[in-house]
Design a protein around this ligand. Structure first.
Ligand SMILES: Cc1cc2nc3c(=O)[nH]c(=O)nc-3n(C[C@H](O)[C@H](O)[C@H](O)COP(=O)(O)OP(=O)(O)OC[C@H]3O[C@@H](n4cnc5c(N)ncnc54)[C@H](O)[C@@H]3O)c2cc1C
Length: 501
Protein backbone atom coordinates (compact mmCIF):
# COMPACT_ATOMS: atom_id res chain seq x y z
CA UNK A 1 0.00 0.00 0.00
CA UNK A 2 1.47 3.43 -0.86
CA UNK A 3 2.60 5.30 2.24
CA UNK A 4 0.48 8.45 2.20
CA UNK A 5 0.96 9.28 5.84
CA UNK A 6 -0.27 12.64 7.02
CA UNK A 7 3.33 13.73 7.53
CA UNK A 8 4.24 12.97 3.88
CA UNK A 9 1.12 14.69 2.70
CA UNK A 10 2.08 17.64 4.85
CA UNK A 11 5.50 17.90 3.18
CA UNK A 12 3.91 17.74 -0.27
CA UNK A 13 1.26 20.26 0.59
CA UNK A 14 3.81 22.55 2.20
CA UNK A 15 5.89 22.54 -0.94
CA UNK A 16 2.87 23.27 -3.09
CA UNK A 17 1.59 25.81 -0.61
CA UNK A 18 4.92 27.62 -0.51
CA UNK A 19 4.49 28.63 -4.12
CA UNK A 20 0.78 29.09 -3.84
CA UNK A 21 0.53 31.89 -1.29
CA UNK A 22 -0.10 34.92 -3.41
CA UNK A 23 -0.37 38.39 -1.98
CA UNK A 24 -2.57 40.72 -4.03
CA UNK A 25 0.15 43.18 -4.97
CA UNK A 26 2.44 40.37 -6.10
CA UNK A 27 -0.39 38.63 -7.92
CA UNK A 28 -1.45 41.79 -9.69
CA UNK A 29 2.11 42.35 -10.88
CA UNK A 30 2.32 38.73 -12.04
CA UNK A 31 -0.91 39.14 -13.95
CA UNK A 32 0.48 42.15 -15.77
CA UNK A 33 3.78 40.38 -16.52
CA UNK A 34 2.28 37.19 -17.88
CA UNK A 35 -1.04 38.28 -19.17
CA UNK A 36 -2.84 36.01 -16.70
CA UNK A 37 -2.79 35.92 -12.92
CA UNK A 38 -3.44 33.05 -10.58
CA UNK A 39 -6.98 31.71 -10.93
CA UNK A 40 -7.80 33.09 -7.51
CA UNK A 41 -6.88 36.60 -8.51
CA UNK A 42 -8.39 36.34 -11.98
CA UNK A 43 -11.75 35.47 -10.43
CA UNK A 44 -11.48 37.87 -7.50
CA UNK A 45 -14.60 39.99 -7.25
CA UNK A 46 -14.12 43.66 -6.78
CA UNK A 47 -10.33 43.74 -6.94
CA UNK A 48 -10.54 46.99 -8.86
CA UNK A 49 -12.86 48.68 -6.38
CA UNK A 50 -10.53 49.03 -3.38
CA UNK A 51 -6.81 49.25 -2.89
CA UNK A 52 -5.35 45.77 -2.40
CA UNK A 53 -5.21 44.73 1.23
CA UNK A 54 -2.01 43.49 2.82
CA UNK A 55 -1.83 40.84 5.48
CA UNK A 56 -0.61 42.14 8.81
CA UNK A 57 -0.02 40.56 12.21
CA UNK A 58 2.10 37.46 12.81
CA UNK A 59 1.94 35.59 9.55
CA UNK A 60 2.84 31.92 9.14
CA UNK A 61 3.13 30.35 5.71
CA UNK A 62 3.80 26.75 4.66
CA UNK A 63 7.53 27.32 4.18
CA UNK A 64 7.94 28.65 7.74
CA UNK A 65 9.44 26.28 10.31
CA UNK A 66 6.57 26.77 12.75
CA UNK A 67 3.88 26.04 10.13
CA UNK A 68 3.08 22.52 11.36
CA UNK A 69 2.63 23.67 14.96
CA UNK A 70 0.72 26.75 13.87
CA UNK A 71 -1.68 24.62 11.87
CA UNK A 72 -2.31 21.64 14.16
CA UNK A 73 -5.50 21.61 16.20
CA UNK A 74 -6.18 19.90 19.53
CA UNK A 75 -7.86 16.96 17.80
CA UNK A 76 -5.08 15.41 15.74
CA UNK A 77 -7.57 13.29 13.80
CA UNK A 78 -7.95 16.29 11.50
CA UNK A 79 -5.05 17.83 9.61
CA UNK A 80 -5.30 20.78 7.25
CA UNK A 81 -2.87 22.71 5.10
CA UNK A 82 -3.88 26.37 4.91
CA UNK A 83 -2.17 28.76 2.53
CA UNK A 84 -1.52 31.19 5.32
CA UNK A 85 -2.29 31.62 9.01
CA UNK A 86 -2.64 35.14 10.38
CA UNK A 87 -2.20 35.49 14.13
CA UNK A 88 -3.88 38.85 14.69
CA UNK A 89 -2.20 41.23 17.13
CA UNK A 90 -4.97 43.83 16.93
CA UNK A 91 -8.39 44.25 15.36
CA UNK A 92 -6.96 45.94 12.26
CA UNK A 93 -5.06 42.74 11.43
CA UNK A 94 -8.38 40.92 11.33
CA UNK A 95 -9.94 43.63 9.15
CA UNK A 96 -6.98 43.35 6.77
CA UNK A 97 -7.15 39.56 6.70
CA UNK A 98 -10.86 39.45 5.92
CA UNK A 99 -10.43 42.11 3.23
CA UNK A 100 -7.51 40.16 1.75
CA UNK A 101 -9.53 36.94 1.71
CA UNK A 102 -12.42 38.68 -0.04
CA UNK A 103 -10.25 40.45 -2.60
CA UNK A 104 -8.46 37.21 -3.45
CA UNK A 105 -11.48 34.93 -3.27
CA UNK A 106 -9.73 32.70 -0.74
CA UNK A 107 -11.66 30.45 1.68
CA UNK A 108 -11.32 31.46 5.28
CA UNK A 109 -11.76 30.02 8.73
CA UNK A 110 -11.76 31.71 12.09
CA UNK A 111 -9.83 30.16 14.97
CA UNK A 112 -9.21 30.82 18.63
CA UNK A 113 -8.49 27.89 20.98
CA UNK A 114 -8.20 25.23 18.19
CA UNK A 115 -10.54 22.74 19.88
CA UNK A 116 -13.03 22.49 17.01
CA UNK A 117 -14.09 18.85 17.15
CA UNK A 118 -14.37 18.25 13.41
CA UNK A 119 -11.36 20.37 12.47
CA UNK A 120 -13.58 23.10 11.00
CA UNK A 121 -11.54 26.03 12.28
CA UNK A 122 -8.89 25.19 9.70
CA UNK A 123 -9.04 24.79 5.93
CA UNK A 124 -6.91 23.44 3.11
CA UNK A 125 -5.67 26.11 0.70
CA UNK A 126 -7.36 28.92 2.56
CA UNK A 127 -6.58 31.52 5.18
CA UNK A 128 -6.92 30.88 8.91
CA UNK A 129 -7.62 34.06 10.84
CA UNK A 130 -6.45 33.25 14.34
CA UNK A 131 -7.39 35.52 17.24
CA UNK A 132 -5.60 33.55 19.99
CA UNK A 133 -3.00 36.25 20.58
CA UNK A 134 -5.61 38.90 21.40
CA UNK A 135 -5.23 38.61 25.18
CA UNK A 136 -6.38 41.96 26.57
CA UNK A 137 -8.39 42.04 29.83
CA UNK A 138 -10.39 44.92 31.31
CA UNK A 139 -12.35 44.33 34.49
CA UNK A 140 -14.65 46.84 36.16
CA UNK A 141 -15.04 45.41 39.65
CA UNK A 142 -17.83 47.89 40.45
CA UNK A 143 -20.16 46.93 37.61
CA UNK A 144 -18.60 43.45 37.22
CA UNK A 145 -18.43 44.08 33.47
CA UNK A 146 -15.47 42.32 31.91
CA UNK A 147 -14.10 42.92 28.43
CA UNK A 148 -11.53 40.43 27.14
CA UNK A 149 -9.68 39.82 23.90
CA UNK A 150 -11.07 36.91 21.91
CA UNK A 151 -7.82 34.98 22.38
CA UNK A 152 -8.15 34.04 26.03
CA UNK A 153 -8.53 30.37 26.74
CA UNK A 154 -10.86 29.23 29.49
CA UNK A 155 -8.09 28.71 32.05
CA UNK A 156 -6.81 32.24 31.48
CA UNK A 157 -10.31 33.64 31.80
CA UNK A 158 -11.19 31.70 34.96
CA UNK A 159 -7.87 32.53 36.62
CA UNK A 160 -7.98 36.23 35.78
CA UNK A 161 -11.57 36.69 36.90
CA UNK A 162 -11.09 34.60 40.02
CA UNK A 163 -8.36 36.99 41.17
CA UNK A 164 -11.16 39.57 41.43
CA UNK A 165 -13.60 37.06 42.97
CA UNK A 166 -15.62 36.99 39.76
CA UNK A 167 -16.68 34.27 37.36
CA UNK A 168 -18.52 33.57 34.14
CA UNK A 169 -19.54 30.07 33.14
CA UNK A 170 -16.94 28.18 31.12
CA UNK A 171 -16.41 24.58 30.17
CA UNK A 172 -14.11 22.50 32.34
CA UNK A 173 -11.16 22.11 29.96
CA UNK A 174 -8.81 25.08 30.40
CA UNK A 175 -7.19 25.01 26.96
CA UNK A 176 -10.51 25.38 25.13
CA UNK A 177 -10.93 28.87 23.66
CA UNK A 178 -13.27 31.16 25.55
CA UNK A 179 -14.48 32.48 22.18
CA UNK A 180 -15.34 29.12 20.68
CA UNK A 181 -17.06 27.90 23.84
CA UNK A 182 -19.10 31.07 24.43
CA UNK A 183 -20.19 31.58 20.83
CA UNK A 184 -21.70 28.07 20.68
CA UNK A 185 -23.27 28.27 24.16
CA UNK A 186 -20.72 27.16 26.74
CA UNK A 187 -21.75 25.02 29.70
CA UNK A 188 -19.81 23.88 32.73
CA UNK A 189 -19.91 23.56 36.50
CA UNK A 190 -21.45 27.03 36.88
CA UNK A 191 -24.28 26.54 34.37
CA UNK A 192 -26.91 25.64 36.96
CA UNK A 193 -25.95 28.73 39.00
CA UNK A 194 -25.27 31.28 36.24
CA UNK A 195 -26.60 29.89 32.97
CA UNK A 196 -24.57 29.35 29.83
CA UNK A 197 -21.41 31.31 29.01
CA UNK A 198 -23.36 32.97 26.19
CA UNK A 199 -26.01 34.11 28.69
CA UNK A 200 -23.40 36.39 30.27
CA UNK A 201 -22.29 37.80 26.91
CA UNK A 202 -23.49 41.41 26.73
CA UNK A 203 -21.32 42.69 23.93
CA UNK A 204 -18.64 41.94 21.38
CA UNK A 205 -16.45 43.56 18.79
CA UNK A 206 -16.96 41.76 15.50
CA UNK A 207 -15.24 42.13 12.13
CA UNK A 208 -17.81 41.66 9.36
CA UNK A 209 -17.81 41.98 5.56
CA UNK A 210 -18.41 45.50 4.27
CA UNK A 211 -19.17 46.68 0.75
CA UNK A 212 -17.99 44.75 -2.29
CA UNK A 213 -14.63 43.59 -1.02
CA UNK A 214 -13.79 45.08 2.35
CA UNK A 215 -14.32 44.49 6.07
CA UNK A 216 -15.07 46.60 9.12
CA UNK A 217 -15.19 46.24 12.89
CA UNK A 218 -18.50 46.89 14.64
CA UNK A 219 -19.42 47.06 18.31
CA UNK A 220 -22.34 44.81 19.16
CA UNK A 221 -24.45 45.14 22.30
CA UNK A 222 -28.10 45.34 23.33
CA UNK A 223 -28.49 48.75 21.65
CA UNK A 224 -26.27 48.35 18.58
CA UNK A 225 -26.88 45.33 16.37
CA UNK A 226 -28.98 43.49 19.01
CA UNK A 227 -29.97 40.89 16.43
CA UNK A 228 -26.33 39.97 15.97
CA UNK A 229 -25.80 39.80 19.75
CA UNK A 230 -28.68 37.31 19.92
CA UNK A 231 -27.10 35.22 17.16
CA UNK A 232 -23.65 35.30 18.77
CA UNK A 233 -25.21 33.80 21.90
CA UNK A 234 -25.17 30.24 20.66
CA UNK A 235 -24.61 30.43 16.90
CA UNK A 236 -21.64 32.75 16.57
CA UNK A 237 -18.95 30.19 15.72
CA UNK A 238 -17.56 31.20 12.34
CA UNK A 239 -21.00 32.14 11.00
CA UNK A 240 -21.34 35.93 11.02
CA UNK A 241 -17.96 37.51 11.51
CA UNK A 242 -14.74 37.33 13.46
CA UNK A 243 -15.19 38.20 17.12
CA UNK A 244 -12.18 40.12 18.39
CA UNK A 245 -13.38 40.91 21.90
CA UNK A 246 -16.09 39.66 24.24
CA UNK A 247 -17.85 41.63 26.98
CA UNK A 248 -19.45 39.72 29.85
CA UNK A 249 -21.55 40.49 32.86
CA UNK A 250 -19.67 38.43 35.45
CA UNK A 251 -21.03 37.18 38.78
CA UNK A 252 -19.35 37.25 42.19
CA UNK A 253 -17.70 33.98 43.20
CA UNK A 254 -15.19 33.56 46.01
CA UNK A 255 -14.95 29.96 47.07
CA UNK A 256 -16.07 26.56 45.90
CA UNK A 257 -16.13 23.05 47.30
CA UNK A 258 -14.92 20.47 44.79
CA UNK A 259 -15.87 16.82 45.20
CA UNK A 260 -14.59 13.92 43.16
CA UNK A 261 -15.80 10.34 43.55
CA UNK A 262 -14.56 7.19 41.83
CA UNK A 263 -16.16 3.75 41.63
CA UNK A 264 -14.07 0.91 40.22
CA UNK A 265 -15.71 -1.03 37.39
CA UNK A 266 -19.19 -0.57 35.97
CA UNK A 267 -21.03 -2.65 38.60
CA UNK A 268 -22.92 0.31 40.08
CA UNK A 269 -23.63 2.06 36.78
CA UNK A 270 -27.41 1.61 36.82
CA UNK A 271 -28.10 2.97 40.33
CA UNK A 272 -25.51 5.74 39.94
CA UNK A 273 -26.85 6.88 36.59
CA UNK A 274 -30.44 6.66 37.71
CA UNK A 275 -29.74 8.66 40.89
CA UNK A 276 -27.77 11.19 38.86
CA UNK A 277 -30.44 11.89 36.28
CA UNK A 278 -33.25 12.06 38.83
CA UNK A 279 -31.41 14.24 41.29
CA UNK A 280 -28.61 16.33 39.72
CA UNK A 281 -30.86 18.47 37.45
CA UNK A 282 -33.09 19.43 40.42
CA UNK A 283 -30.69 19.95 43.29
CA UNK A 284 -29.47 23.26 44.76
CA UNK A 285 -28.62 25.55 41.83
CA UNK A 286 -25.17 26.25 43.31
CA UNK A 287 -24.21 22.64 42.63
CA UNK A 288 -22.86 21.76 39.18
CA UNK A 289 -22.02 18.13 38.43
CA UNK A 290 -20.61 15.79 35.81
CA UNK A 291 -20.64 12.03 35.44
CA UNK A 292 -17.97 10.34 33.34
CA UNK A 293 -18.24 6.63 32.64
CA UNK A 294 -15.08 4.82 31.54
CA UNK A 295 -14.54 1.10 31.00
CA UNK A 296 -12.47 0.66 34.19
CA UNK A 297 -14.27 3.19 36.40
CA UNK A 298 -17.08 5.67 36.93
CA UNK A 299 -16.09 9.22 37.85
CA UNK A 300 -18.28 11.88 39.42
CA UNK A 301 -17.32 15.55 39.79
CA UNK A 302 -19.20 18.22 41.70
CA UNK A 303 -18.60 21.93 42.31
CA UNK A 304 -20.61 23.68 45.02
CA UNK A 305 -20.31 27.46 44.70
CA UNK A 306 -20.14 29.44 47.95
CA UNK A 307 -21.01 26.42 50.10
CA UNK A 308 -19.50 24.34 52.88
CA UNK A 309 -18.10 20.83 52.85
CA UNK A 310 -20.96 19.68 55.07
CA UNK A 311 -23.49 21.11 52.63
CA UNK A 312 -21.75 19.45 49.71
CA UNK A 313 -21.75 16.06 51.44
CA UNK A 314 -25.43 16.43 52.34
CA UNK A 315 -26.43 17.50 48.83
CA UNK A 316 -24.44 14.72 47.23
CA UNK A 317 -25.55 11.94 49.59
CA UNK A 318 -28.02 10.42 47.07
CA UNK A 319 -25.08 9.64 44.78
CA UNK A 320 -22.13 9.20 47.14
CA UNK A 321 -24.10 6.70 49.25
CA UNK A 322 -24.15 4.20 46.38
CA UNK A 323 -21.47 1.53 46.82
CA UNK A 324 -18.15 2.55 48.31
CA UNK A 325 -16.64 5.26 46.11
CA UNK A 326 -13.27 6.82 46.79
CA UNK A 327 -14.10 10.44 47.57
CA UNK A 328 -11.81 13.48 47.66
CA UNK A 329 -12.91 16.97 48.69
CA UNK A 330 -11.11 20.26 48.14
CA UNK A 331 -12.00 23.82 49.10
CA UNK A 332 -10.52 26.90 47.47
CA UNK A 333 -10.99 29.81 45.13
CA UNK A 334 -12.65 28.89 41.84
CA UNK A 335 -9.42 29.78 40.02
CA UNK A 336 -7.28 27.43 42.13
CA UNK A 337 -9.74 24.54 42.00
CA UNK A 338 -10.23 24.94 38.24
CA UNK A 339 -6.48 25.01 37.59
CA UNK A 340 -6.09 21.96 39.86
CA UNK A 341 -8.30 19.64 37.82
CA UNK A 342 -6.72 20.38 34.44
CA UNK A 343 -5.19 17.40 32.65
CA UNK A 344 -2.09 18.34 30.62
CA UNK A 345 -2.89 18.13 26.90
CA UNK A 346 0.19 15.96 26.33
CA UNK A 347 -1.48 13.21 28.39
CA UNK A 348 -4.65 13.26 26.29
CA UNK A 349 -5.08 10.84 23.40
CA UNK A 350 -4.26 12.42 20.03
CA UNK A 351 -7.48 11.54 18.24
CA UNK A 352 -11.01 12.14 19.41
CA UNK A 353 -14.49 11.64 18.07
CA UNK A 354 -17.55 12.75 20.02
CA UNK A 355 -21.29 12.85 19.51
CA UNK A 356 -23.40 15.40 21.34
CA UNK A 357 -26.89 14.70 22.63
CA UNK A 358 -29.32 16.53 24.90
CA UNK A 359 -31.61 14.49 27.11
CA UNK A 360 -34.91 15.91 28.34
CA UNK A 361 -36.58 12.79 29.78
CA UNK A 362 -34.87 10.40 32.19
CA UNK A 363 -33.25 7.43 30.48
CA UNK A 364 -35.18 4.19 30.98
CA UNK A 365 -33.16 1.20 32.25
CA UNK A 366 -32.80 0.03 28.64
CA UNK A 367 -30.85 3.17 27.69
CA UNK A 368 -28.56 2.80 30.71
CA UNK A 369 -27.89 -0.79 29.76
CA UNK A 370 -26.90 0.42 26.27
CA UNK A 371 -24.35 2.72 27.91
CA UNK A 372 -23.01 -0.16 29.99
CA UNK A 373 -22.77 -2.51 27.00
CA UNK A 374 -20.91 0.00 24.84
CA UNK A 375 -18.59 1.10 27.64
CA UNK A 376 -17.65 -2.51 28.38
CA UNK A 377 -16.62 -2.72 24.75
CA UNK A 378 -14.89 0.69 24.58
CA UNK A 379 -11.88 0.85 22.22
CA UNK A 380 -9.66 2.48 24.90
CA UNK A 381 -9.82 3.37 28.60
CA UNK A 382 -9.90 7.08 27.68
CA UNK A 383 -13.12 6.62 25.73
CA UNK A 384 -16.06 7.66 27.85
CA UNK A 385 -19.69 8.54 28.23
CA UNK A 386 -20.00 12.03 29.68
CA UNK A 387 -23.01 13.73 31.23
CA UNK A 388 -23.40 17.28 32.61
CA UNK A 389 -26.54 18.10 34.59
CA UNK A 390 -28.62 21.06 33.43
CA UNK A 391 -31.59 22.56 35.30
CA UNK A 392 -31.39 25.51 37.68
CA UNK A 393 -30.78 28.95 36.20
CA UNK A 394 -30.18 27.73 32.66
CA UNK A 395 -33.68 26.26 32.65
CA UNK A 396 -35.38 29.19 34.33
CA UNK A 397 -34.14 32.19 32.42
CA UNK A 398 -32.35 33.53 29.39
CA UNK A 399 -30.68 36.97 29.44
CA UNK A 400 -32.58 40.06 28.24
CA UNK A 401 -32.78 39.88 24.46
CA UNK A 402 -32.63 36.07 24.50
CA UNK A 403 -30.17 33.67 22.95
CA UNK A 404 -29.88 31.46 19.90
CA UNK A 405 -28.99 28.60 22.28
CA UNK A 406 -32.27 26.63 22.65
CA UNK A 407 -31.66 23.63 24.93
CA UNK A 408 -32.81 25.13 28.21
CA UNK A 409 -35.18 22.31 29.10
CA UNK A 410 -32.57 19.57 28.96
CA UNK A 411 -32.12 17.43 32.06
CA UNK A 412 -28.56 16.86 31.03
CA UNK A 413 -26.13 17.14 28.18
CA UNK A 414 -24.56 13.82 27.16
CA UNK A 415 -21.69 12.77 24.98
CA UNK A 416 -20.27 9.42 23.97
CA UNK A 417 -16.60 10.04 23.14
CA UNK A 418 -13.79 7.91 21.74
CA UNK A 419 -10.15 8.87 22.32
CA UNK A 420 -7.17 6.98 20.93
CA UNK A 421 -3.56 7.32 19.74
CA UNK A 422 -0.53 9.08 21.18
CA UNK A 423 0.11 12.77 20.63
CA UNK A 424 2.93 13.51 18.22
CA UNK A 425 2.89 9.91 16.92
CA UNK A 426 0.27 9.82 14.24
CA UNK A 427 0.82 6.16 13.40
CA UNK A 428 0.09 5.03 16.96
CA UNK A 429 -3.62 5.61 16.53
CA UNK A 430 -4.14 4.43 12.99
CA UNK A 431 -4.97 0.75 13.66
CA UNK A 432 -7.68 1.83 16.11
CA UNK A 433 -9.21 4.53 13.93
CA UNK A 434 -11.84 2.36 12.18
CA UNK A 435 -12.66 0.53 15.42
CA UNK A 436 -13.13 3.77 17.38
CA UNK A 437 -15.13 5.41 14.59
CA UNK A 438 -17.47 2.43 14.29
CA UNK A 439 -17.89 2.17 18.07
CA UNK A 440 -18.82 5.83 18.53
CA UNK A 441 -21.18 5.84 15.55
CA UNK A 442 -23.02 2.72 16.75
CA UNK A 443 -23.07 3.93 20.37
CA UNK A 444 -24.61 7.29 19.55
CA UNK A 445 -27.03 5.72 17.10
CA UNK A 446 -28.21 3.21 19.73
CA UNK A 447 -29.08 6.10 22.06
CA UNK A 448 -30.95 8.14 19.42
CA UNK A 449 -34.44 7.01 20.55
CA UNK A 450 -33.76 8.47 24.01
CA UNK A 451 -32.24 11.87 23.15
CA UNK A 452 -33.24 15.07 21.44
CA UNK A 453 -31.12 17.87 20.14
CA UNK A 454 -27.38 18.24 19.69
CA UNK A 455 -24.76 20.80 20.69
CA UNK A 456 -23.23 22.92 17.95
CA UNK A 457 -19.93 23.08 19.85
CA UNK A 458 -19.68 19.30 19.60
CA UNK A 459 -20.97 18.89 16.06
CA UNK A 460 -22.51 15.67 14.78
CA UNK A 461 -21.12 15.44 11.30
CA UNK A 462 -23.57 12.83 10.02
CA UNK A 463 -26.73 14.19 11.57
CA UNK A 464 -29.10 15.11 8.75
CA UNK A 465 -31.32 17.44 10.75
CA UNK A 466 -28.38 19.36 12.29
CA UNK A 467 -29.94 22.84 11.91
CA UNK A 468 -32.89 21.99 14.13
CA UNK A 469 -30.84 19.66 16.33
CA UNK A 470 -28.51 22.58 17.20
CA UNK A 471 -30.91 25.51 17.15
CA UNK A 472 -34.48 24.18 17.25
CA UNK A 473 -36.99 26.83 16.13
CA UNK A 474 -34.27 29.53 15.95
CA UNK A 475 -32.77 28.42 12.64
CA UNK A 476 -34.95 30.58 10.38
CA UNK A 477 -34.14 33.69 12.40
CA UNK A 478 -30.43 32.81 12.28
CA UNK A 479 -30.63 32.60 8.48
CA UNK A 480 -32.29 36.02 8.24
CA UNK A 481 -29.54 37.54 10.40
CA UNK A 482 -26.95 35.77 8.25
CA UNK A 483 -28.50 37.34 5.15
CA UNK A 484 -28.19 40.77 6.73
CA UNK A 485 -24.56 40.54 7.89
CA UNK A 486 -23.00 38.03 5.47
CA UNK A 487 -25.22 37.90 2.37
CA UNK A 488 -22.42 36.46 0.23
CA UNK A 489 -21.85 33.59 2.65
CA UNK A 490 -18.18 34.38 3.11
CA UNK A 491 -18.23 32.67 6.49
CA UNK A 492 -19.08 29.15 5.48
CA UNK A 493 -18.06 25.64 6.44
CA UNK A 494 -19.61 22.18 6.57
CA UNK A 495 -22.46 23.07 8.95
CA UNK A 496 -22.50 26.87 8.86
CA UNK A 497 -25.72 28.88 8.83
CA UNK A 498 -26.57 29.69 5.18
CA UNK A 499 -28.17 32.97 4.07
CA UNK A 500 -31.83 32.51 3.38
CA UNK A 501 -32.31 34.07 -0.07
C1 LIG B 1 -11.49 18.54 25.44
C2 LIG B 1 -12.72 19.34 25.20
C3 LIG B 1 -13.54 19.65 26.26
C4 LIG B 1 -14.69 20.41 26.05
N1 LIG B 1 -15.48 20.68 27.12
C5 LIG B 1 -16.55 21.49 26.94
C6 LIG B 1 -17.35 21.88 28.05
O1 LIG B 1 -17.12 21.48 29.20
N2 LIG B 1 -18.39 22.73 27.82
C7 LIG B 1 -18.68 23.20 26.57
O2 LIG B 1 -19.62 23.97 26.44
N3 LIG B 1 -17.95 22.82 25.50
C8 LIG B 1 -16.90 21.99 25.65
N4 LIG B 1 -16.16 21.62 24.57
C9 LIG B 1 -16.55 22.07 23.23
C10 LIG B 1 -15.95 23.44 22.96
O3 LIG B 1 -16.79 24.42 23.54
C11 LIG B 1 -15.85 23.67 21.44
O4 LIG B 1 -14.98 22.72 20.90
C12 LIG B 1 -15.42 25.09 21.11
O5 LIG B 1 -16.02 25.50 19.91
C13 LIG B 1 -13.92 25.21 21.00
O6 LIG B 1 -13.56 26.54 20.85
P1 LIG B 1 -12.05 26.92 20.49
O7 LIG B 1 -11.98 28.39 20.40
O8 LIG B 1 -11.12 26.21 21.38
O9 LIG B 1 -11.88 26.21 19.08
P2 LIG B 1 -11.60 26.73 17.61
O10 LIG B 1 -11.24 25.48 16.88
O11 LIG B 1 -10.62 27.81 17.58
O12 LIG B 1 -13.00 27.27 17.14
C14 LIG B 1 -14.19 26.52 17.27
C15 LIG B 1 -15.28 27.15 16.42
O13 LIG B 1 -15.51 28.49 16.84
C16 LIG B 1 -15.21 29.42 15.78
N5 LIG B 1 -14.54 30.56 16.38
C17 LIG B 1 -13.47 30.52 17.24
N6 LIG B 1 -13.13 31.75 17.60
C18 LIG B 1 -13.98 32.59 16.98
C19 LIG B 1 -14.10 33.99 16.95
N7 LIG B 1 -13.29 34.76 17.65
N8 LIG B 1 -15.07 34.54 16.19
C20 LIG B 1 -15.93 33.76 15.49
N9 LIG B 1 -15.85 32.41 15.46
C21 LIG B 1 -14.88 31.84 16.20
C22 LIG B 1 -14.37 28.64 14.80
O14 LIG B 1 -14.47 29.15 13.50
C23 LIG B 1 -14.94 27.25 14.95
O15 LIG B 1 -16.13 27.13 14.19
C24 LIG B 1 -15.01 20.86 24.75
C25 LIG B 1 -14.18 20.55 23.68
C26 LIG B 1 -13.05 19.80 23.89
C27 LIG B 1 -12.17 19.49 22.74
Amino acid sequence: MPDFSRRDLFKTASAAGAGAVVLPAVAAAAAEDHGSGSPAVASAPGIATSPPAELTGRIVRPQDPDYADASLGWDELFTHYPLVIVFAQETQDVVNALTWARQNNVSLRVRSGRHALEGWSNVDNGIVIDVSELKSVRINTGTRIVKVGAGLNQLEAVTTLSEKNLAVTTGSEGTVGLSGATLGGGFGFLTRRQGMACDALIGAEVVIPSGADRAKAITVNSRSYPDLLWALRGAGNGNYGIVTSLTYQAAPLKRVVYVQATWDGLGYLTPIFDAYQRYAPYTDTRLGTQLEVHKPQILFFGVLAEGTVAEARRLLAPILSIGKPTVTVKVGSWGDIYAGFQIPTAEDPANWKFFSQFVSRPFPKRAISIIRAFMQDAPTDDSNYFAQAFGGVVRRSAPPGGTAFPHRNALFYAEPGAGWGTRGDEESGEPLTPVAQAWIAEFSQALRPYVNGAYVNVPNIAQQDWPTAYWGPNFDRLRKIKTKYDPNNIFQYEQSVPPCC
